[in-house]
Every structure is written in C-alpha cells, then in structure tokens.
Design a protein around this ligand. Structure first.
Ligand code: ADP
Length: 351
C-alpha cells in the first residue's frame, strides 16, 4: 500500500506524508545556508521527527478522540478489555473511509432492528384483535343461553337441556382455545424443550389413526397409508410433539374433508438424513390465495365453514412451531376441488 492511498488515509500515513514533505523542503532550504554535507540530513531528521509527532498527536487527540466517542456510542456498552484493545490499537489504524463505513453499517443495523420491532408491534396488535374476536363468539353465546335460562327457560323442559348443552359446547370451544394458546405461548417462549428419541413414524401414524377411527367411521372416512410407503422408517424426533402435529393434520383432513373421503399418509425417504411425511385428503382444497398465510395464527381459508366446524384457528400454527423447533420445514400443496396435502420433513434415525 502506498503511503498516501487516497481511499485509506490513516492518521499515521497522513502524518508521515506531511512530515516528509515539510522536512524535505527544510532540508533543501538548509543547502542555501550551510555547506556542510550532513546539515540537510540533520535538518531532515529533526523536522521529520517534530512534524510527525506533532501532527500525529494532534490528529489522535482531536480527531480520533471524537471518533472513539462515536464508536463508544455505537457499541452502547462499557468497553470490555477486548474493546479497549480495539480503541488503543485497531481504531488508530482505521481510515476515515473505514470509520464512515462502520457508521453506515451501524445505521443500517439499527434500521433493521426498528423494522423488526415495528413488525412485532403489528403482530402483537393483530394478535390481540384476533384473540378478542375469537373469545367474543363463545362468550356471547354462553351469555345468551344463561340469560335465556335465567329468564324462564330453565323451567321449560322442552328447551332447558338443549340450551345448556349449547352453552356447554361454547365452553368446550373456549377450553380448546385456551389450551391451544397455552401450547403456542409455551412453544414460542421456548419453554418446552425438544426431547428427541427414536421411533417408527408409521407406528405413530397408526396410533393417531386409531384415535380417530370412531370419528372417521361416523363420516365414512378412510384412513390409509400411501401404497409403497408402509416400510417402517425410524426417525429421530420428539415423539409426543410429532404426535400433536399428526393429530392436528389428520383432524383437519377429516374436519375439512368430504364425507366418505380418504385421508392418506405417505412417508418418503429423501436421503440418508431426512424423510418426508405427507398427510393428504381428497377434500375441497384451499384456494391459492390463502396458501401463503395458512400457517398464521387465527388464519382461516373458509371463514364461515371453519367457524361452523369449530376449530380454534391455531392448529396449523402449532404444527409449524413444532416442526421448526425441530429445525425442519413444513409445507402445503392444495388445489380447490382436488384436495390438500400437508407435508413436513424429519430427521432420519442414524442406525
Ligand atoms: P382450524 O382450527 O380453523 O382448523 P388450523 O390452523 O388447523 O385452524 O387451519 C387453518 C385453516 O386452514 C382452516 O380454518 C381451514 O380453512 C384451512 N385448512 C386446514 N386444513 C385443511 C384441509 N385439510 N383442507 C381444507 N382446508 C384446510
């Protein structure tokens, strides 16, 4: 690097350059006064030493002290030992250009942080609004039935049991909502750790199928495995949480699927490390415009139908949380009139 690289002027190089010019001029001028050969040399050395020290000291003191202040402000913390070394040794080597780049980078970082905070604020507001909305429906319904019962319906044998059981359904819905919210907040705060174990994924799917067998029978639904994917695959994951994922996906496939429809589970080996599990139905499907938001909290594709079915709107967002906590991904493919497939990856057990 040349002494005076214009892009990278450091205080040292600037001091050397200035001292060099002035001491050279002085040395040349001394030739007119003295004929002794070493006079210009002495003049050169002395002037260089004085100018260099003065200039370097001034730059350090007045300019770099200010810059040091800027860095202290940027880092916002009390200097640690490492930072002290930085201030003493690295900072004086930095050029003004580099300092300006650092400041610009800092400003960019701050801008990003502010954007994240703004997004979080928006999510929080949206979440509260949605939550209030979700709570309102069952609470109003309970209030309505209790009021009617108190105002005389309690004595009417024709309706009292019906009203009470309707109120009870709304209470169930509230309980489900609180349970799901509890689950989500635990997942989001990272309070429940992922405890991995080895198990056969098809066996877990069969367990869940068995739990839903009565419900499936009621609507004449079939719970099957995709042909050719029945061969047992060992996975390494948190079994109870993956069971929750399967419960949510299979329950949705049954809830939103057609009467007499089929739910199919497929387990595919991707490579030595990963497998892909897909739960498909031949139900009404989901419009393309809804797919990017389907995993958001409280998002529903078909609002009136979803509400009538009585879901909390949190099932898929719990699925996403659990899968991402495993460091894996979840996706959806769907076509209106054809059906939906929800798939996720899992780590294969290395035997
Ligand atoms: P919900 O409690 O409403 O079922 P989810 O988060 O589980 O909430 O699902 C979000 C929305 O995605 C549902 O309201 C529904 O509109 C849509 N959805 C989920 N699974 C399916 C599916 N298998 N077929 C059609 N629509 C589905």
């Amino acid at each position: 690097m040349s002494v005076l690289d214009t892009k990278n002027i450091t205080p040292r190089s600037l001091s050397i350059f200035t001292a060099l010019i002035i001491s050279l001029i002085n040395a040349l001028l001394s030739l007119f006064v003295s004929r002794v050969w070493y006079t210009p040399l002495i003049i050169f050395v002395i002037t260089f030493a004085i100018i260099y020290s003065l200039y370097y000291y001034t730059l350090q003191r007045f300019i770099y002290r200010k810059i040091k202040l800027i860095y202290k402000f940027i880092y916002q913390t009390k200097a640690t030992k490492k930072e002290e070394i930085f201030y003493k040794h690295i900072l004086p080597q930095k050029s003004i250009e580099e300092v300006s780049e650092d400041v610009q980078q800092w400003a960019l970082q701050r801008k990003k942080e502010i954007e994240v905070l703004r997004d979080n604020e928006r999510f929080r507001k949206e979440f509260l609004m949605n939550l209030a909305h979700e709570l309102r429906t069952p609470i109003f319904s309970i209030q309505g039935y209790v009021d009617t019962l108190l105002n005389g319906a309690l004595e009417d044998e024709n309706v009292n049991r019906k009203f009470l059981s309707n109120a009870n359904r709304s209470i169930d819905r509230l309980v489900r909502l609180v349970d799901d919210l509890d689950e989500i907040s635990k997942l989001e705060s990272g309070k429940i750790p992922i405890i991995q174990e080895s198990f056969i994924i098809q066996e877990l799917i069969t367990d869940v199928y068995e739990e839903f067998s009565l419900k499936a029978k009621e609507r004449d639904n079939h719970l099957l495995f995709k042909k050719g994917t029945e061969r047992p695959i060992w996975v390494h994951a948190d079994k109870p949480k993956i069971k929750q994922v399967l419960v949510n996906l299979i329950e949705n496939a049954l809830k939103y699927g057609n009467e007499g429809g089929t739910v199919t589970a497929g387990c595919y080996v991707i490579d030595d490390s990963y497998i892909y599990i897909e739960i498909s139905d031949d139900g009404p499907g989901i419009g393309e415009e809804h797919l990017p938001r389907i995993f958001e909290r409280f998002y529903r594709a078909d609002r009136s139908r979803a509400r009538a079915i009585g879901g909390t709107g949190l099932g898929l967002s719990i699925v996403k949380h659990i899968i991402e906590a495993h460091g894996q991904t979840v996706n959806v493919r769907s076509k209106p009139g054809v059906g939906s497939s929800f798939g996720f990856t899992l780590e294969k057990n290395k035997v």
